[in-house]
Design a binder for this molecule. Structure first.
Ligand SMILES: Cc1cc2nc3c(=O)[nH]c(=O)nc-3n(C[C@H](O)[C@H](O)[C@H](O)COP(=O)(O)O)c2cc1C
Length: 391
């Protein structure tokens, strides 16, 4: 089916197509979140509690969507967020996302948990590329990745601080994700019937070499980390504020703290010299029960917005959602599942369609609001429901 057909008009359509193409284990890995998924639901709901205040009868002939993030001019007010195991969703995975971001003049943030090499991902895009860092594998593995990212031309480091352990993603347990990524063929058997029902995905997965190790987590002396060992590797190398000082010694570009949900952590990030923070719940996949990230955004912008770049992600399913976050003071947004559903649905063509949909949404929303530039959007464009904020 053509993705441009009237049947694919929004992200829900891409999600539906991803669900059809992917086995349950992969779809739920992408779609799911931690525990009761309270935070995931609230992330989406929070946007429903913010209302626009349009200014009509204002001519808006052109709409300028460009923003400057970490010194990089972007043609779109959103970046593509780091999504680990993107290569599971489609063999082109991170390559497809990087290429699509570059085509649209925006940035791609490559996850440490990438299935493709740092250098190959950068080669797909003439645009700015950033690297998301976990310390999985320890400092030596991280240092190797940082050096490679620097050499390949990555422009900023996003240090994710919300993952001291992997979140309790119950859908992944039920679907046997660990067994499927592991070496024991017998352990995989109960999960195979569902996988066999998705032959298009399976053919691509087999041709791509199946569950591969992570090429950018290279522990000196033992090679790339196996996918099945990742949770333990994350737990044994939790990032802390003291690591930041060490990271600063080997990386002289901008550093952004990803996963900031309180004013305290935002201030600590600034004190440690971060050029930016991402207000994020990690898609509700880590600590369930934190508020949807939109609710804490205004407080964090008020506290540190004058000192550092405040980026935002979580629950964005429409371009209008991004406009709301930017009206609350976010410098730009990160799009996660919004493009990853496209990747799971149709690889490169799906990511392309996702970006087109969001871009068109933003332009339309701005025109309806009476704004000719995304940078014109501010608090006067919105009203929040009473009790919306969590400070
Ligand atoms: C399947 C999946 C994998 C993710 N992997 C990573 C990762 O490796 N590193 C990271 O910092 N964030 C990761 N995230 C979080 C995203 O970068 C981003 O914060 C989140 O997806 C935004 O929420 P949204 O999906 O509702 O847009 C992941 C999210 C999903 C859905």
């Amino acid at each position: 089916m053509s993705l441009a057909s009237p049947k694919v008009v929004n992200v829900k359509d891409l999600r539906r197509l991803a669900r059809a193409r992917l086995p349950d284990a992969v779809f739920d890995y992408l779609d799911g979140a931690a525990d009761d998924e309270v935070t995931l639901k609230d992330s989406e709901k929070a946007f429903r509690e913010v209302f626009f205040k349009p200014r009509f009868a204002v001519a808006t002939p052109a709409c300028d969507l460009s923003v400057t993030v970490l010194g990089q001019k972007l043609d779109l007010p959103f970046l593509l967020a780091p999504i680990g195991y993107s290569r599971l969703m489609h063999p082109r995975g991170e390559l497809a996302a990087s290429a699509a971001a570059g085509r649209h003049g925006t940035a791609y943030i490559l996850s440490t948990m990438s299935g493709h090499r740092i250098e190959d991902v950068k080669a797909q895009s003439p645009g700015p590329t950033f690297y998301q860092l976990y310390l999985a594998g320890g400092r030596a593995a991280a240092e190797g990745a940082i050096e490679r990212a620097k050499k390949a031309g990555y422009k900023a480091l996003f240090v994710t601080i919300d993952t001291p352990v992997a979140g309790n993603r119950e859908r992944d347990f039920r679907n046997g994700m660990k067994a499927l990524m592991g070496p024991d063929p017998i352990a995989k058997l109960p999960y195979l019937p569902n996988i066999l029902m998705h032959p298009r995905w399976l053919a691509g997965f087999i041709a791509d070499g199946m569950a591969r190790p992570f090429p950018n987590i290279v522990v000196p002396g033992s090679g790339p980390l196996a996918a099945v060992d990742v949770a333990a590797a994350l737990e044994s190398a939790q990032v802390s504020w003291t690591d930041l000082k060490w990271i600063r010694q080997i990386w002289d570009g901008p550093i952004v703290m990803k996963g900031v949900m309180t004013v305290d952590d935002a201030k600590r990030s600034v004190d440690h010299g971060a050029q930016g923070v991402v207000v994020s719940t990690h898609a509700g996949r880590q600590l369930d029960g934190v508020a949807g990230s939109l609710r804490v955004l205004p407080g964090i912008v008020e506290a540190v917005g004058h000192q550092t770049e405040v980026l935002f992600d979580g629950g964005i399913r429409r371009g209008a959602d991004m406009v709301k976050a930017m009206a609350m003071g976010a410098k730009a947004c990160l799009l996660g599942r919004g493009y990853a559903y496209g990747l799971g649905a149709a690889g490169d063509a799906g990511v392309e369609r996702a970006i087109e949909i969001f871009k068109a949404d933003i332009v339309r929303t701005l025109k309806l609001l009476g704004c000719s530039s995304i940078r014109q959007v501010d608090a006067s464009c919105i009203a929040m429901k009473h009790g919306f904020r969590v400070d």
